[in-house]
Design a protein around this ligand. Structure first.
Ligand code: PEP
Ligand code: MG
Length: 578
């Protein structure tokens, strides 16, 4: 029977292949002492391992320059410098001269240097701790005469899905994209090397899949969905066929994206829209312009809080937000404050939340943040500090009324005052807005509009709350349709409030990426649509074929449609007339 696993999408695409488990090598000290008489031979062994490792890195650098270009190959140059750094080499020679086994010395010194990197505040430098470990492991393998995992490249037969605890930079760089269908790791985030290299080699990858090494059978068929961050092991025939179709669609989209990438997002008669991307981490920001998008309409910051034991610090968050803002500048990056709870579980917040019968209606998102300044303030301070680096639109999730919005804005002001008093560089966000994703917010849209610069409608939650239909329950598909008349009427009310208050009106729920709904959204006045980046080309294509002047009256017609089917028919007729 097929099994589903959730993870974090690292590199887009869909890969299908048989599972190859890359069990971790025991990189541990054995506590072996070398007697006096053996020490000079042990020192020679160390020197030989250093030479062998250096020669391998030189080979890797040459190969990577040819296959991946000088930018990616530079990593191996950096590893070579780390390998010969006196901080490492002198420490190893000293430990071996004092009687430590060379391999034990490598394990101990690597851990010490790695810990130094991991104690640094800059998230980029902290991730480099993994490079130190990679160099140490290479040396360790040379000392133990173990094979290089890079030998996985060029495997024979059907493509395979590599499953590992974490992949070292040099392991991923050497993989043969023709043989590797996808990568799955238990660890590693969106800024990891696995992500960077997998993206540049166009290998789909998913990380943070808990227990993958224990739970995936060796040789089983696996489908890796690097678009949604999911893995299916042992899919049945129907699922397999569906994924194969999704893979074809992905290839088509990719070709389409290439063609449309640099063309403006305008209707045939010149009405411009912002087609923006939804991202879950700063590493995904580059994907947006690559797909022809001109902004980020939703940065789901909760992913920065996942896969760890405590919230990210202010400095860590600053690094992540700054990276995304710089990648898109001068275009906007809309960053949403923490939206924990519901389907977005963060284990170390569980004690604050407590047991809940209905987590989607529970203690979540802004509700937690407003009660817990120790969680909310580091995020707001990081956002204000990052705002100097680009065009920040800051957005609060799950707002249901004015009290919540005003309290959130007051916290933002308090953080700004603190930063000013501390003399740290900071700036006001270019815009402050709210997500409209609860019926409460729809009914109070006029009041909320007076307090913000923009609305961004979250149709995923708004549909769920409006129609009382759990967004995760596959049996409720009919009630998850954004063309449901109740939702259309809610959208019209929100659009009316935004227009009267002259504020920006956008959407970042899945509906924004549905070309079927596009004419209606344009007719209602939505001007920023934010979606999974891979959807941008599809929506851009549909937009460029649309005549805005033909849409007059569509909003009225849509509001009169009493069922989703009637509205669907009306939109199909419109599409047929074009
Ligand atoms: C939404 O609810 O529509 C939305 C965009 O937010 P999320 O999917 O992250 O809840
Ligand atoms: Mg939501």
């Amino acid at each position: 029977m097929s099994q589903f696993f959730h993870g974090v999408a690292l590199s887009p695409g869909i890969g299908i292949g048989s599972v190859v488990l890359l069990a971790p090598m025991a990189f541990e000290e054995e506590g072996r002492e070398v007697p006096d008489a053996g020490r000079s031979a042990e020192l020679e062994r160390l020197e030989r391992a250093l030479d062998v490792s250096e020669a391998a890195l030189i080979r890797l650098e040459e190969e990577a320059t040819e296959r991946l270009g000088p930018d990616k190959a530079a990593l191996f140059g950096a590893h070579r410098l780390m390998l010969r750094d006196p901080m490492l080499v002198d420490a190893l020679r000293e430990a071996v001269s004092e009687g430590k086994d060379a391999a034990d010395a490598v394990v101990a010194k690597t851990a010490e240097i790695r810990a130094l990197f991991e104690g640094l505040p800059d998230p980029y430098l902290r991730e480099r701790g993994a490079d130190v470990e990679d160099v140490g492991r290479r040396l360790f393998r040379a000392l133990k005469g173990l094979p290089d995992p890079a030998e996985l490249s060029g495997g024979e037969g059907a493509p395979f899905v590599v499953v590992a605890r974490d992949l070292a930079p040099s392991d991923t760089a050497l993989l043969d994209p023709a043989a590797v269908a996808a990568l799955v790791t238990e660890q590693g985030g969106p800024t990891s090397h696995t992500a960077i290299i997998a993206q540049s080699m166009a290998i789909p990858a998913v990380s943070a899949v808990e227990g993958a090494l224990e739970r995936f059978p060796q040789g089983a068929c696996a489908v890796v969905d690097g678009l949604r961050g999911a893995v299916v092991v042992d899919p049945d025939e129907t699922e397999l066929a569906e994924f194969r179709r999704a893979r074809e669609r992905f290839f088509l989209e990719r070709d389409e994206a290439e063609i449309l990438k640099d063309l403006p997002a305008v209707t045939a008669d010149g009405v411009g829209l912002g087609l923006w991307g939804n991202i879950a981490g700063p590493g995904e920001a580059r994907e947006v312009p690559a797909r022809g998008g001109t902004g980020v309409g939703l940065f789901r910051t909760e992913f920065l809080y996942m896969g760890r034991g405590e919230p990210p610090t202010e400095e860590e968050q600053l690094g992540a937000y700054r990276e995304a803002l710089e990648a898109l500048a001068p275009h906007p990056v809309t960053i949403r404050t923490l939206d924990a709870g519901g389907d977005k579980k963060i284990p170390y917040l569980a004690s604050l939340v407590g047991p809940e019968a209905n987590p989607f209606l529970g203690y979540r998102a802004i509700r937690i943040c407003l009660d817990h300044p120790e969680i909310f303030k580091p995020q707001l301070r990081a956002l204000l500090r990052a705002a100097v680096s680009g065009n920040l639109w800051l957005m609060f999730p799950m707002i249901v009324d004015l009290d919540e919005l005003q309290a959130a804005k007051a916290q933002l002001d308090a953080c700004a005052a603190e930063l000013a008093a501390e003399g740290l560089p900071w700036a006001r966000p270019a815009k402050v807005g709210v997500m409209i994703e609860t019926p409460g917010a729809v009914l109070l849209a006029e009041e909320l509009a007076r307090e913000v610069d923009f609305f961004s409608v979250g149709t995923n939650d708004l549909t769920q709350y409006l129609l009382a239909a759990d967004r995760m329950n596959p049996k409720l598909k009919r009630l998850q349709d954004p063309l449901h008349p109740s939702l259309i009427r809610a959208l019209a009310a929100v659009a009316g409030a935004a227009s009267s208050a002259r504020i920006e009106l956008g959407m970042c729920g899945e509906m924004a990426g549905d070309p079927r709904a596009l004419p209606l959204l344009v007719a209602l006045g939505f001007r920023e649509l934010s979606m999974t980046p891979s959807r941008i080309p599809w929506v851009k294509k549909a937009l460029r074929e649309l005549e805005a002047r033909n849409l007059e009256g569509l909003a009225d017609v849509a509001l009169k449609a009493s069922t989703a089917q009637k509205l669907q028919r009306c939109l199909s007729e419109l599409a047929g007339r074009r």
